[in-house]
Ligand binder design. Structure first.
Ligand code: APR
Ligand code: ZN
Ligand code: ZN
Length: 366
């Protein structure tokens, strides 16, 4: 066991604190990772606000990159010294989803069995089974994906959550490809990552929709060919006009990605598709939100699909190394997502900045 500094949320709504925690030596199937960087995500704030569950105290942070310091018995996934990006869904290989080959739907995810604790012995709940606003953290070895050690960790660590969710919504869930159009509604971190993914896949045109001009400017940097300010114009009409269609009255995008998580933007996405278009929901609605009241005939009278994307339907072992390589080759601009590098004591301030809309990601550098 060793003691390190870490950021915890002790109770609902209380500001986060930097405290000393105990990190056990890795047991069978576990690894201790020396964390180098960890992005500040909305989900950390949700934990802090009690919106996920009430298993306080939480050890926050989950968009992390670092180096493996120690591994437990039987670990084959990674070795001491490997540079890794952490993921919150290490597939089990045994559940029904894994057995039929749909690894991206594995819900029996592996986390470390042992617990990290406060100095008084209180067990910590690591955010998304990771807990990486810490000098070191204990995870399941399968949560570590080995990547190019020379890549900038502050950038590649973001693949661990929001950026992967967006890129994966476009590439994995939406199957964006050359010769097909993509529209993305909501251009926060997730939405612009979806735009970057669609761009990587050769999709064109790529239409960014947001109510904030700053977000639209960022979307252009990451590959949007057109921008639509939905405060000023009807985004459905604008997307139809840009994309055209099979015949008059059936225009729209081949792929629409909803990255806000609200009924009204989902409805815009629904009607902005062409006849065979796919709508992917990657924004997370709150439990009280309902599908908008719409004529059922509008669902029947067209093909296409309505999908949801969870963690970008990613397989970390396949997708993380590929995207890190694309980054080091200069083909994927992950640096664009890093707005600022901050210290371990600055997480609360980073939460405050999230509301302003000027920050894609604050990244804690440890
Ligand atoms: N129409 C278009 N864009 C909108 C609208 C709207 N009605 N309302 C908000 N937006 C834009 C905001 O301006 C912002 O750019 O949606 C974006 C949301 O971005 P962030 O708040 O930065 O959220 P992000 O991290 O991108 O996550 C988006 O995906 O993973 C989920 O929980 C996450 O639901 C959230 C969504
Ligand atoms: Zn499984
Ligand atoms: Zn996250």
């Amino acid at each position: 066991m060793q003691q390190v500094q870490a950021v915890i949320a002790r109770s609902k709504g209380a500001p986060v604190e930097v405290v000393t925690i105990n990190v056990p030596a890795p047991g069978p199937g576990e690894a201790v990772v020396k964390v180098e960087t960890c992005g500040v995500c909305h989900t950390d704030l949700h934990y802090r606000e009690g919106g996920i569950n009430d298993e306080f105290p939480f050890l926050l942070g989950h968009e992390a990159a670092g180096v493996v310091e120690a591994v437990g018995e039987g670990v084959t996934e990674v070795a001491v010294g490997d540079s890794v990006v952490l993921n919150w869904r290490a597939v089990c290989g045994e559940c029904r989803a894994c057995q039929r080959g749909d690894l991206q739907y594995c819900f029996a995810t592996h986390n470390a069995k042992q617990k990290m604790t406060l100095e008084d012995g209180t067990e910590l709940s690591p955010a998304l089974g990771i807990g990486a606003f810490a000098e070191k953290t204990l995870v399941a070895a399968g949560q570590c994906t080995k990547v190019d050690p020379d890549a900038r960790k502050a950038a590649i660590g973001l693949l661990g959550c929001g950026v992967m969710a967006g890129i994966g919504a476009a590439i994995n869930t939406g199957q964006a490809t050359r010769g097909r159009s993509t529209a993305v509604i909501g251009c926060g971190g997730v939405g612009v990552a979806a735009i970057a993914g669609a761009s990587l896949a050769g999709s064109s045109p790529i239409i960014a929709v947001d109510i904030d001009e700053k977000k639209l400017a960022k979307a252009k940097e990451l590959g949007a060919t057109h921008t639509v300010n939905s405060k000023e114009v009807d985004p459905v009409e604008a997307i139809k006009e840009i994309c055209g269609g099979y015949y008059e009255g059936a225009e729209g995008a081949d792929l629409v990605i909803e990255a806000v998580g609200r009924p009204e933007t989902w409805k815009q996405g629904f009607y902005a598709r062409d006849l065979a278009g796919v709508l992917v929901l990657v924004g997370v609605p709150t439990p009280d939100m309902k599908i908008p009241d719409m004529p059922l005939i509008d669902v029947f009278g067209r093909g296409g699909a309505l999908k949801s994307s969870w963690y970008g339907d990613c397989l970390p072992s396949r997708d993380f190394p590929m995207l890190v390589d694309l980054y080091t080759q200069g083909r994927l601009d992950l640096d664009a997502f890093v707005t600022e590098e901050i210290g371990i004591g600055d997480v609360e301030a980073a939460f405050e900045k999230m509301h302003g809309g000027n920050v894609l990601r604050s990244v804690v550098v440890i």
